[in-house]
Design a protein around this ligand. Structure first.
Ligand SMILES: C[S@@+](CC[C@H](N)C(=O)[O-])C[C@H]1O[C@@H](n2cnc3c(N)ncnc32)[C@H](O)[C@@H]1O
Length: 221
């Protein structure tokens, strides 16, 4: 009653409610063919990101952790006219595959892939002092989550959302002696709990990608 059932239920709702198309399938197939790990968000999680971004009328989105650009496509499609997305990726090969996938999706004029360690790229991005981001999606190396969250908070407008993926880690998050990724999530939860500018919750998820979860934090208006 676990993974096969979760996968089948994801399949049922993805088919009935719609979550995927030829362009998204192409991004996954190209990523697989290029040897990227299969660690993109699930289709219904990508759609949730898209719906959340549309629900707040997002015009500017920041993503930390691009991989092959699968979640980037979901998010970039949520942008209204004149919107922009910046996504940060440390691995040059991942960044190149993502750029190709975004071009295939017709989103290369909207979504910019910046290559390098995100914590080194974020200060420059902030210094550009463009409009603040409406939504930040954090999905890179988990030990750096506290640092990513601090930057996200500086750069997200009041009323915007900060979403952090993979915070449950098969339940390992409750192990106070867990690995560096668990420590990154636990420190993040402490930071959020002590931060008066945000209100947040965490959701456990099961499905195509196993047992994990995400934090959704609202930057208070
Ligand atoms: C889970 S994958 C991202 C999946 C993607 N968001 C999606 O759902 O399609 C994490 C990505 O973060 C990248 N990454 C890891 N450490 C990083 C760092 N310090 N700075 C930027 N990117 C990093 C990895 O190379 C990998 O491509």
């Amino acid at each position: 009653m676990t993974q096969p059932l979760w996968t089948a239920v994801d399949g049922y709702f993805n088919d009935s409610l719609g979550a995927n198309d030829a362009t998204l399938d192409h991004a996954l197939a190209k990523s697989r063919a290029e040897g990227l790990p299969a660690i993109a968000v699930a289709a219904n999680q990508g759609k949730l990101l898209n719906l959340l971004a549309r629900s707040i009328g997002a015009k500017a989105i920041l993503e930390v952790g691009t991989l092959g650009g699968y979640s980037t496509i979901w998010l970039a499609r949520a942008l209204g006219e004149g919107g922009r997305l910046v996504t940060l990726e440390i691995d040059p090969h991942h960044a190149a595959v993502a750029r190709a996938n975004l071009a295939f999706a017709g989103l290369d004029g909207v979504a910019e892939v910046r290559q390098g360690p995100a914590l080194e790229l974020l200060p420059g991005l902030e210094a550009e002092s463009g409009p603040p981001f409406d939504l930040v999606f954090i999905d890179a190396d988990k030990p750096s989550n506290p640092g990513y969250f601090a930057w996200a908070l500086k750069m997200t407008r009041p009323g915007g959302l900060i979403i952090v993926d993979n915070v449950v880690r098969g339940g390992a998050v409750i192990d106070e002696n867990g690995d560096a990724s668990v420590q990154g999530v636990r420190r993040l939860a402490e930071l959020i709990a002590a931060e008066p500018r945000v209100d947040a919750t965490a959701l456990q998820t099961v499905g195509d990608k196993g047992y994990d979860g995400l934090i959704v934090a609202l930057v208070k208006p």
